[in-house]
Design a protein around this ligand. Structure first.
Ligand SMILES: Cc1cc2nc3c(=O)[nH]c(=O)nc-3n(C[C@H](O)[C@H](O)[C@H](O)COP(=O)(O)OP(=O)(O)OC[C@H]3O[C@@H](n4cnc5c(N)ncnc54)[C@H](O)[C@@H]3O)c2cc1C
Ligand SMILES: NC(=O)c1ccc[n+]([C@@H]2O[C@H](COP(=O)([O-])OP(=O)(O)OC[C@H]3O[C@@H](n4cnc5c(N)ncnc54)[C@H](O)[C@@H]3O)[C@@H](O)[C@H]2O)c1
Length: 463
């Protein structure tokens, strides 16, 4: 049986572990899908490459109130799609070729699973390794709906009707779909609703709960839901009950409120499940929690001493910057097991790249109150700062939650232009323990930049 020093399962963030520091180790890299993983091929990167043109395409919706009449003349979907994937596919292929020619790396292009604590099977071969890193990511979940076969996204993928999509496939459709039904109200639903609505598709969102982005601070979720409802047909408290394929290959979607919708594309944006269940983890002594995430200690070590895990397979944030952070920790701990580092999950930020953008870090107001903090909350409208006047903004805001007395920032939530950028100084303040008043008063804030939103929100806190 062939033996390796290290086996890495998953070529997304797992691939970034391999560099010259591992040149003296034999490495097996196992990848069943597109080389480079979710973020590069079907996640963060291509979605944002669609979001940016969508931001441009939706400019006419925002510009008329400022006296600038714009029209969206044409959206060249095949051109946009091919520009994006010509670039991405080349990176994926180049990365795979680069790995394949590395003398110390053996690439297994197959679905693999553990056969014992130190043994693994992939591509008809069984091999052993001293140490393993599980970086197997997560996969889209498709809920049970009459007329929808979950095997369309697995073994029976050839039978999948043209209308049935997850985020893995929807960016590669031949044409811009005229009618899109999106199921779900989280990150993926919000971003693709923006893309398709901006490009001119007729979009219907069916969201099971009473609003979108329900994990966010309640005021943000409510405001975002109102905003999205102005752009698309938003059905809250509604799920699809049955989907039938029509003679022309499109979908007829029956919904729980009795409504019926025709669609060229139905996008299931209903969450992602960690891939640990595909790896026969009990054979290796690796435990998972009730939601299927691989259990790790602060050093990213699993319940088996010689096996580490990182990314979506073991953390519920399911974000690339968290996977990257954990990969750096695992890398250090593989090289320096006697001086292990811990992951820092104290202040994990996130952003939803929709229209409007949403970004957040830390506790929501409700979570802070439930945790028993004595809090002060400030809500600052974009329209109250000079740059917001320039934009005639009457919708967007920032909200900061801080501890009364200490001024410690517990959470920050922003909905509006550049929210994903404006949140960064607040992440920094929380990470380095900078109290709100000191942060507001101890530095210059450029006038009249959008960051005055953060300055004024900090000053408005009753610390
Ligand atoms: C549409 C979309 C948009 C996103 N946008 C953002 C964003 O803007 N910002 C952000 O921070 N995050 C975003 N994410 C999340 C981000 O993509 C993931 O958190 C990140 O890619 C996870 O990295 P990973 O290395 O854990 O897993 P992955 O990159 O998924 O890598 C896991 C790899 O393991 C392989 N694999 C799994 N099981 C096996 C097996 N049994 N045998 C062999 N190989 C296997 C898979 O094929 C896959 O290539 C987005 C996700 C999606 C779906
Ligand atoms: N900008 C970003 O960082 C970004 C963008 C896209 C995706 N992601 C990552 O990908 C993950 C997956 O995104 P997502 O939007 O699919 O998941 P999500 O968890 O954000 O949202 C899932 C949505 O589906 C709904 N839902 C779940 N089960 C359902 C069912 N049976 N019937 C009807 N509705 C159901 C939920 O109520 C929720 O509205 C996210 O958790 C996120 O970590 C991140």
């Amino acid at each position: 049986m062939r033996h390796f020093d290290l086996c890495i399962i998953g070529s997304g963030s797992g691939n970034s572990l391999i560099d010259e520091q591992l040149d003296d180790q034999s490495v097996a890299l196992v990848e069943k899908g597109i080389f480079g993983g979710t973020c590069l091929n079907v996640g963060c990167i291509p979605t944002k490459m669609f979001v940016h043109p969508a931001d441009l395409a939706s400019a006419p919706e925002r510009s008329a109130r400022l006296g600038v009449q714009l029209t969206r003349d044409k959206v060249d979907w095949p051109g946009i799609r091919d520009r994006i994937f010509t670039r991405i596919d080349a990176i994926s292929e180049g990365g795979e070729d680069w790995r394949a020619q590395a003398p110390n790396v053996t690439l297994y292009r197959a679905k693999g699973h553990f056969t014992g604590p130190h043994t693994f099977a992939a591509g008809g071969e069984e091999f052993s390794a001293d140490r393993f890193v599980i970086a197997a990511g997560s996969r889209a979940v498709v809920p049970p709906v009459a007329g929808v076969d979950p095997q369309w996204w697995d073994e029976r993928r050839d039978e999948r009707p043209a209308w049935a999509h997850t985020s893995d496939t929807v960016m590669r459709t031949d044409d811009l779909p005229g009618r899109v039904v999106i199921v779900g109200g989280g990150y993926v639903a919000s971003e693709f609703a923006h893309v398709f609505a901006s490009f001119g598709s007729d979009v219907t969102i069916m969201v099971r709960s009473q609003g979108m982005l329900r994990e966010q601070d309640a005021e943000i979720s409510e405001a975002f839901t109102r905003s999205m409802a102005r752009r698309v047909r938003l059905l809250t408290g509604v799920v699809p009950t049955e989907i039938a394929t029509e003679g022309d290959g499109t979908a007829r979607v029956l919904a729980s409120d009795g409504s019926e919708h025709r669609a060229d594309v139905v996008l299931f944006a209903t969450g992602r499940r960690p891939n640990g269940d595909t790896l026969n983890l009990p054979a290796a002594g690796v435990e998972t929690d009730r939601e299927g995430y691989v259990v790790v200690d602060p050093h990213q070590r699993t319940t088996a001493e010689h096996i580490w895990a990182l990314g979506d397979v073991c953390n519920p944030w399911q974000l690339k910057h968290v996977a990257n952070h954990e990969a750096k920790v695992v890398k250090h701990n593989l090289l320096h097991p006697e001086q292990p580092r811990s992951s820092d999950h104290r202040f994990v930020p996130y952003a939803v790249f929709s229209e409007p953008q949403v970004a957040a870090v830390g506790l929501t107001e409700h979570q802070a109150r439930a945790a028993g903090y004595d809090i002060t909350v400030a809500k600052q409208d974009y329209g109250s700062i000079a740059y917001g006047w320039a934009m005639e903004d009457d919708e967007h805001f920032a909200k900061i939650v801080a501890e009364r007395g200490t001024g410690r920032i517990l959470g920050a939530h922003i909905m509006g232009p550049e929210a994903s950028v404006l949140i960064q100084p607040l992440i920094q303040a929380m990470s380095f323990g900078l109290p709100a008043a000191e942060m507001a008063r101890g530095q210059y804030w450029i006038h009249p930049a959008m960051t005055e939103l953060v300055e004024n929100a900090l000053l408005a806190l009753d610390v």
